[in-house]
Design a protein around this ligand. Structure first.
Ligand code: CA
Ligand code: CA
Ligand code: CA
Length: 183
């Protein structure tokens, strides 16, 4: 679709793309489509916007509980999550790779930071990165209540209920066992 090869889809390119798929879209419809995907409002749709748009965004309920987890991870309380925060939040000395000497503490912490640094990939985790990470994690979980309960439990947020043994295994494994072992 990206005929100009600039990594972004203009509404003309999108229109041509739809046409190639056999779908005729009017200019008015195209405007609605671009409006939906174009989150940074620059009038074009880049790959990231397309991926996020197709995956779907998180509901306000989900965002609220993910924000709570973020506030907990931001131990230093400066509004951004860095290695400093992770070093205080995670007790990595008990991590298997650290114990066996396979990786240093810093490597394990860096790995976790990279995991959450899902959107801007700049070495710090903003709330948007964190939303992005959990939008991916939650993409296959269709029930908001279930999702919120799992986040609450995984991060031991206020009034959390423990995860049941039957809880989604893949979800649990993305929740790195070290948080469970943390203080
Ligand atoms: Ca855009
Ligand atoms: Ca911080
Ligand atoms: Ca980032």
């Amino acid at each position: 679709m990206d005929t100009s090869n600039d990594g972004r889809l203009s509404s003309a390119e999108l229109k041509a793309g739809f046409k190639a798929l056999g779908v005729e879209v009017s200019d008015a419809e195209m405007a609605v489509i671009v409006e939906y995907f174009d989150t940074n409002k620059d009038g074009t749709v880049d790959l990231q916007e397309l991926v996020v748009g197709l995956r779907g965004r998180m509901s306000e309920d989900r965002k609220a509980v993910v924000s709570e987890a973020y506030a907990k991870l931001d131990v230093t309380g400066d509004g951004v999550v860095t290695l400093d925060d992770l070093a205080q939040a995670y007790r990595v000395d008990d991590h298997p790779d650290v114990k066996t000497g396979k990786h240093s503490r810093i490597v394990v912490l860096r790995h976790h930071l990279d995991l959450f640094d899902a959107y801007t990939k700049d070495g710090t985790v903003t709330l948007d990165d964190f939303y992005e990470y959990y939008a991916d994690v939650g993409a296959t979980i269709h029930d908001d209540i279930y999702f919120c309960w799992m986040i609450r439990s995984a991060w031991k947020l206020k009034d959390y209920l423990p995860l049941l043994p039957s809880a989604d295994k893949s979800f649990k494994t993305t929740h790195h066992s070290i948080w469970a072992a943390s203080k």
